[in-house]
Design a protein around this ligand. Structure first.
Ligand SMILES: NC(=O)c1ccc[n+]([C@@H]2O[C@H](COP(=O)([O-])OP(=O)(O)OC[C@H]3O[C@@H](n4cnc5c(N)ncnc54)[C@H](O)[C@@H]3O)[C@@H](O)[C@H]2O)c1
Length: 366
């Protein structure tokens, strides 16, 4: 744990409406006792008003333009909580004001070209870039990793991961893929074989999303993962997210090792079963994850403040998020090309958008 300075970190938030992600970040930063909400920005007056009232942000510190906010307030930490197509342009623009850190929501960017430009801009201005894959810090997922690393099931061989049945790779699948990488020890992916169904052309957060996806990923060192998202029907993304999650729960993950398996029931399972179970040589054992949302009480926001003080690499940094995004893009590229694709992926564009454009132009069969 880093030694803490007396001054609270000043947090500026871009995008304070929507489904509540800015609320979650604000509360998590305030819960550290080491941060304050210094300024907020949104293009919608009603979002500024309700968020400003809730977090006691004076009117003079509520802005409709992010550049004006940064020039006037110079926050230490800038949060990018807007719709997804704006993550890259706003992060790149924010970096030029040299905040100490930018926490951008997931997915990091719409394609690898954008992700590289974000990493480059933050490196140029000495800004720490972190992306909101917070599930690595949640008790059940983090404790499963500790058990895995402690040898509870021998050597990890396979990972089965069921993402949100109403969602898509870019919206919630990014969390599922990030957890898979977490359990695979952040080993580089060697290749990806994927398929998507995008016939409804549903949209959400400013872009087109597929209805269902599945993927097979091989990591360096030999671990393989199988994962699924969507498939609940071609509902609009936001309605899909509201669909009741049943059967394989959202982010239900099974880790198969040489000596047994670890079962993580998911985010908020609706069944009566345990959140975490180890089935190993000595028989099944239910494990109660530590109480509270964050494993050992450490939130990603608290770790960001620690990282700013002691300089350690944040586990959710831009490079990690780029590796997650690369797998998402590789699933799309595999579907577009109809074959397995090796990584590193050379395509800087979004292959789902390319595939849909090609099909619309009569260049593909589906
Ligand atoms: N990490 C998680 O678990 C998690 C959970 C929910 C949402 N998210 C992500 O958070 C992001 C935001 O989600 P949401 O549902 O709140 O989105 P949203 O699009 O509903 O709301 C975003 C807010 O940004 C504002 N905005 C848009 N353009 C702006 C600009 N140029 N300057 C300032 N404000 C601007 C909008 O007016 C709106 O109030 C998305 O990328 C989403 O995927 C992450």
């Amino acid at each position: 744990m880093a030694e803490h300075t007396d001054r609270a970190a000043r947090v500026g938030i871009i995008g304070v409406g929507g489904l509540g992600i800015a609320n979650y970040h604000a509360e998590a930063f305030l819960a550290t006792g080491r941060a304050e909400i210094a300024a907020i920005c949104d293009v919608k007056a009603d979002a500024l008003e309700s968020f400003g009232q809730r977090f006691h942000v004076p009117r003079a510190l509520r802005f409709t333009d992010h550049g004006t906010m940064q020039a006037a307030v110079r926050p230490d930490v800038v949060l990018v909580c807007t719709n997804e197509t704006l993550h890259a342009p706003l992060t790149i623009a924010a970096a030029a004001y040299r905040p100490r850190a930018i926490l951008c929501e997931k997915p990091m960017a719409m394609n690898l070209g954008e992700a590289d430009a974000m990493i480059e801009a933050c490196a140029r201005y000495g800004v720490t870039l972190v992306v909101g894959h917070q599930r690595r810090y949640m008790a059940q997922y983090a404790q499963a990793r500790e058990l895995l690393r402690g040898g509870a099931i021998g050597r990890l061989e396979h990972i089965q991961a069921a993402g949100h049945p109403g969602s898509s790779l870019m919206v919630d699948g990014t969390h599922t893929v990030d957890l898979v990488r977490f359990y695979a020890g952040d080993a580089p992916a060697e290749w990806v074989l994927g398929q998507v169904d995008a016939r409804s052309r549903r949209t959400g957060w400013g872009h087109t999303l597929e209805d269902a996806a599945m993927a097979h990923v091989k990591f360096e060192g030999g671990v393989r993962a199988w994962l699924t998202t969507g498939g609940a029907g071609a509902t609009p993304e936001r309605e899909g997210l509201g669909a009741r999650v049943s059967g394989p729960n959202y982010n239900r993950i099974v880790l198969h090792g040489t000596d047994g398996r670890i079962e993580v029931a998911g985010d908020a399972p609706d069944g009566q079963g345990p959140l975490l179970r180890v089935v190993a040589r000595n028989g099944p054992e239910v494990v109660d994850p530590a109480p509270g949302p964050w494993h050992r009480g450490l939130s990603p926001q608290a770790e960001l403040l620690d990282a700013l003080e002691d300089g350690h690499r944040h586990p959710l940094d831009g490079r990690s998020a780029r590796a997650t995004l690369e797998i998402l893009m590789a699933v799309y590229e595999s579907a577009r090309l109809g074959r397995l694709v090796a990584l590193p992926l050379p395509n800087p564009a979004n292959p789902l958008e390319q595939m849909l454009a090609e099909r619309a132009a009569g260049m593909g069969g589906r």
